[in-house]
Design a protein around this ligand. Structure first.
Ligand code: SF4
Ligand code: SF4
Length: 408
């Protein structure tokens, strides 16, 4: 009998659930045909949650029918954690997920939302926006609520509007169950954010590519040292770890022919000991089904797999990719409407494929006003970029390469 079967069978004998201690890590709770869960404070949290940043789209609007099916499938399989934010899907994500979740009992799902620091001018704004978010999501409280995207550009505002104190107040009023922050800054700022503060969780960008590149490992260690549990964002790096280069994919398949890049990336992130849940920005029912299966069959990574992930990360980095997660925070503020994530994505694909002709063909599919040469170097985008990219410089570099390719 396989180990998993044994666990499940034993579980059924004691009422349908079982505990699995993975690699000496925090216990995982398993139930038949349900994603694994972890005990977190006084509740159980599924190890996979639905990130609502890349919801299904149809004719430039959120495809509500597809979203309903995705949420239904999640709920049927115990993946009942949904993570939205004020700015996701151009401000439409909260309304959409709120509308769908209205079909379920409030106590049956966990909803996470975030306070958009960039919008705040005064402490009163924090509460005003919070109330607006409750209304958009059609709920009376948030299970998880965060100061959104603390980084070097937002940190002063976060402090000036006394966001931490206002969130504590909202928590005391029962409108927030667990308060946290999402983070994209330096380790120095992170130390300041956690110092002398009681956070229930921190949302960090954890994936095997960023572990060293953007010091994710250091961030993870800082919060772990403070005993703060982690929720994971961008476990697949905005899809970048799904569409691996030929060389990186070959390395993975040579070792594990039956796995997929998505399953491998999600398992890597979920195998960190201090992780409560991994949020994946799924965009259709097929992705939901595949990812849920990964977490029904979840097995923490062993040492060989962990080492392979870091080897694959080295292959990816050596292929010169730009560290963009396609979060689109930059496009929110760009006065020229430049399609920054699309340009970076095309460039990254070109760097992997080395196919100059395809690069120019795809680049030409962008509208003129979306292209890199329209950048006026105002630097507004840089302030919003969680990856701290020097966007105008990168655009100038890409534009130069593009012109050189065209000139032949
Ligand atoms: S620097 Fe360029 S890309 Fe960035 S916001 Fe300004 S115009 Fe847009
Ligand atoms: S350039 Fe930065 S802000 Fe823009 S999509 Fe990429 S990661 Fe996000």
């Amino acid at each position: 009998m396989k180990r998993r079967d044994f666990i499940i069978n034993s579980a059924l004998a004691i009422g349908g659930t079982a505990l699995l201690a993975g690699c000496g890590k925090k216990e995982l709770i398993m139930s038949e045909n349900q994603v694994v869960r972890r005990k977190y404070k006084d509740i159980e949290v599924p190890l996979l949650g639905l990130g609502c940043m890349r919801l299904p789209m149809k004719n430039d609007e959120i495809d509500m029918q597809e979203l309903e099916k995705m949420v239904e499938y999640c709920m049927q399989h115990g993946a009942n954690y949904f993570d939205t934010a004020y700015m996701y899907v151009e401000g439409k994500s909260e309304n959409a997920i709120g509308k769908v979740l209205k079909n379920y009992k409030r106590e049956d799902f966990l909803l996470a939302d975030k306070s958009p620091i960039y919008k705040m001018r005064t402490r009163e704004d924090v509460r005003k926006v919070f109330n607006e978010q409750l209304e958009k999501c059609q709920v009376e409280y948030f299970d998880f609520y965060m100061a959104h995207n603390i980084n070097k550009n937002t940190f002063d505002t976060y402090k000036n509007v006394e966001m931490y104190d206002e969130l504590v107040k909202l928590k005391k009023e029962g409108k927030i169950k667990y308060m946290g922050f999402s983070f994209h800054g330096t380790p120095e700022i992170l130390r300041e954010v956690v110092k002398d503060r009681k956070w229930d969780f921190a949302q960090l960008q954890i994936n095997y590519l960023d572990w060293d590149v953007v010091k994710a490992h250091e961030q993870y260690d800082i919060v772990q040292a403070q005993g703060i549990p982690v929720t994971v964002m961008e476990p697949l790096r905005g899809g970048g770890l799904v569409n691996l280069s030929d060389k990186a994919l070959a390395k993975l398949k040579e070792n594990y022919p039956d796995t997929t890049p998505a399953a491998f990336g999600l398992r890597w992130a979920a195998s960190r000991n201090n992780v409560v849940t991994v949020l994946s920005g799924m965009s259709n029912l097929q992705q939901v089904k595949e990812n849920i299966q990964t977490f029904i069959d979840f097995k923490p990574m062993d040492e060989k797999e962990n080492a392979l992930a870091l080897e694959i990360a080295k292959i990816i980095q050596s292929q010169g990719e730009i560290n963009c997660t396609a979060c689109k925070y930059c496009t929110e503020v760009c006065p020229r409407g430049i399609n920054i994530p699309a340009i970076f994505s095309l460039y990254n694909q070109y760097k992997v494929s080395k196919n100059k002709m395809l690069f120019t063909i795809y680049y030409e599919t962008l509208a003129d006003e979306e292209k890199a040469d329209k950048c006026i170097k105002c630097n507004l985008c840089n302030k919003n970029c969680p990856q701290n990219l020097s966007i105008p410089e990168l655009l100038a570099k890409i534009e130069k390469e593009y012109e050189e390719i065209k000139a032949g």
